[in-house]
Design a protein around this ligand. Structure first.
Ligand SMILES: Cc1cc2nc3c(=O)[nH]c(=O)nc-3n(C[C@H](O)[C@H](O)[C@H](O)COP(=O)(O)O)c2cc1C
Length: 184
């Protein structure tokens, strides 16, 4: 049997969907027989980064940016992150847009992470996020509906929508894990 590896998964979330994405990545990796440490970077007070065989970070785009606690974490730990096989899952609505410029815009936001923080992941996956209209306050619902309308995403604010392609996310995690094997 192949040796079990340890993967570190850190995520940021504002509305909770990226937590679900990070958990799905963790489940995929565990199903492949490996171990996982899952952390929310927004809740870290004191922590230790153990030696790991690979790391996957997950963060959503809100208002054209990743959450500041996520950027702070990546910048603070960029040396540690850069010493490991690493992958990034960027969560957004625009990646589902019919408009190529909007898809390019979120790809550029992910690429700019390396300049902003000093960490360049070896693999990047763009996952479509969720619209949790019923959980937003009035202002956020208005903002999200406007954004969705301009991206061809659902605008029925009486319901919630998950736009994530779960099998594509699992395939990305499996490919990354296979590439992280030290004896490859
Ligand atoms: C107030 C608000 C602003 C958003 N801004 C953007 C944006 O600028 N670009 C984008 O592609 N998606 C945007 N989204 C979509 C989010 O990336 C998507 O809802 C994601 O699932 C949020 O992840 P979270 O639940 O982990 O916070 C926005 C969503 C909300 C509610």
């Amino acid at each position: 049997m192949e040796a079990s590896m340890l993967f570190f998964i850190a995520y940021a979330t504002i509305e909770g969907h990226t937590r679900k994405i990070a958990q799905a990545v963790a489940d995929t990796i565990e199903k492949a027989g490996h171990r996982v440490r899952l952390m929310n970077v927004g809740e870290l007070i004191e922590y230790t980064l153990e030696p790991a065989d690979g790391v996957i970070l997950c963060a959503p785009i809100h208002g054209g940016h990743y959450p500041q606690p996520f950027l702070d974490f990546v910048e603070r730990e960029s040396v540690w992150l850069s010493g490991l096989p690493s992958a990034f899952v960027s969560v957004s609505l625009s990646i589902t847009s019919d408009n190529a410029d909007e898809r390019t815009e979120v790809r550029n936001i992910a690429e700019a992470l390396a300049d902003a923080t000093g960490w360049a992941p070896q693999a990047v996956h763009h996952a479509a996020g969720a619209l949790r209209y019923t959980e937003y306050d009035f202002f956020k619902r208005w903002m999200a509906r406007r954004l969705a309308g301009s991206r061809g995403a659902p605008v029925d604010t009486g319901r919630n929508f998950e736009l994530t392609d779960w099998p594509a996310l699992a395939a990305f995690a499996e490919t990354f894990v296979a590439s992280a094997r030290p004896d490859r």
